[in-house]
Every structure is written in C-alpha cells, then in structure tokens.
Design a protein around this ligand. Structure first.
Ligand SMILES: Cc1cc2nc3c(=O)[nH]c(=O)nc-3n(C[C@H](O)[C@H](O)[C@H](O)COP(=O)(O)O)c2cc1C
Length: 202
C-alpha cells in the first residue's frame, strides 16, 4: 500500500501543519509497517505556476527547453498522486486559503482524463479510490456561525477539490486559533496530535 505525504507550510520546523501531518503518517505507519511512504515538500521543491506554455504542452506542443524540467516535474507529481492509496497533506491557512505552492500542485493533479472526466452525466471524479487526510492549521477560528466563517477558503476549498476528483470523504484534522496566544496554540496542537494518534488506521 502506498502513502503519499505532502507538506506545504513555509514555516519549516515551526509549522503546526507539518507536525500534525507527520503524526498522522506515524500513526498509519505504526499500524501498517509495510506502508510504502513517499514524501514531498512542496515548498522545498516548488512547482512553477501554470503558464500558457504549460497548457500548450499539455495539448501536444513542444515546450521550450526552459520549461521541460518543470513539465516533467508536473507529470511526476501527477503519477505519484495517481499511484497513492493514501494521501496525507499538511495545509496551513495563508490569507484565508491554501499556500500558493499547494495551489501549484493542485494545478498539476486536476487533469481532465486523469483525475476527472466530463461525460454526458456531468463531471466524474476518477481518483475516488484514495483515502485523503488533511492536517490543517489556522491562526483564527472559522467555525459555522462565527463572523469569520464566510472567509474560510482552506478547508472548504480542499473539500471541494478532492470531492471534484472523486474522493467522497476527505478527512480533516485541524489545529485552530494558532495565533491567539501560546497557551491556546499548545492546546490546539496537543488536541490535533491526539486526534492524529487515534486516527482509524484500518
Ligand atoms: C503568510 C501568512 C498568512 C496567514 N494568514 C492567515 C489567515 O488568513 N487566517 C488565519 O486564520 N491565519 C493566518 N495565518 C496564521 C496561520 O494560519 C497559522 O500560523 C498556521 O499555524 C500556519 O500553519 P503552519 O504553522 O503549518 O505554517 C497566516 C500565517 C502566515 C505565515
């Protein structure tokens, strides 16, 4: 069984989402020591933003030499994603949504004919055979009914993206209120780590 572990925080060892995503992977590895884990740090080796030349290359045009490595990297991340049975993703909230490095990755995996297709019945997700677990961390609170709920474009966005490609029940473990103060941060991290350590590993 293959697990793909991705991180997208720019905060390195100070990152909350990295800590929680690592704990999720640890939990799953403990339950299944034969898990084949691939790790990708989307900020250490970022993918370029999509350009017209990328899209043209996708339609069969010969890419500029300068773009060839990046196109190969995009194909590699798509193949890596398609091969995974489980995806664990660390996703911090930056300016109300995902980091741009994570968006660059999503731009390479939402590919018609690979992870979704259009048919007479509408859109069909082709990646529904995966378990997706997302560790999110947010500086504030965005719960339903709170004044900031309308500004939540991290979890809502990722739910939509994974749902679009067929993942029916993406799982989320969140650490919220990280910027409220050190005490609150400690509690939120401890609670997320506890949830990770008791995650269903079947
Ligand atoms: C550039 C930047 C932008 C941020 N924007 C928001 C935001 O819009 N809303 C929020 O609640 N917290 C925001 N935060 C706080 C982070 O969501 C919080 O620190 C979280 O722990 C980041 O995850 P990480 O520790 O894994 O990087 C921001 C932090 C940074 C560094």
């Amino acid at each position: 069984m293959k697990l793909l572990h991705l991180d997208s925080s720019v905060l390195g060892p100070h990152s909350v989402s990295r800590q929680v995503s690592a704990a999720i992977v640890e939990r799953l590895k403990k339950a299944n020591p034969r898990l084949d884990v691939t790790y990708r740090d989307l900020t250490a080796t970022p993918l370029a933003h999509l350009s017209g030349s990328h899209l043209a290359a996708g339609q069969g045009a010969t890419p500029d030499a300068s773009l060839q490595d990046d196109i190969a990297a995009g194909q590699a991340v798509l193949e890596e994603f398609l091969a995974a049975d489980i995806v664990v993703l660390g996703a911090p909230m930056y300016n109300f949504t995902i980091p741009s490095q994570l968006k660059a990755w999503i731009d390479r995996i939402l590919v018609a004919g690979k992870t979704f297709k259009y048919s007479a019945a509408g859109v069909e997700g082709l990646a529904g055979n995966k378990r997706v677990i997302v560790a999110i961390s947010r500086g504030g609170f965005y719960g339903a009914g709170t004044p900031f709920a309308v500004g939540e474009h991290l979890e809502t966005y990722l739910r939509w993206v994974f749902g679009f490609i067929g993942v029916k029940h993406p799982e989320f473990i969140s650490a919220d209120g990280i910027q409220v103060g050190p005490e609150h941060r400690e509690k939120a991290v401890a609670s997320a780590l506890e949830t990770a350590s008791t995650l269903d590993a079947a």
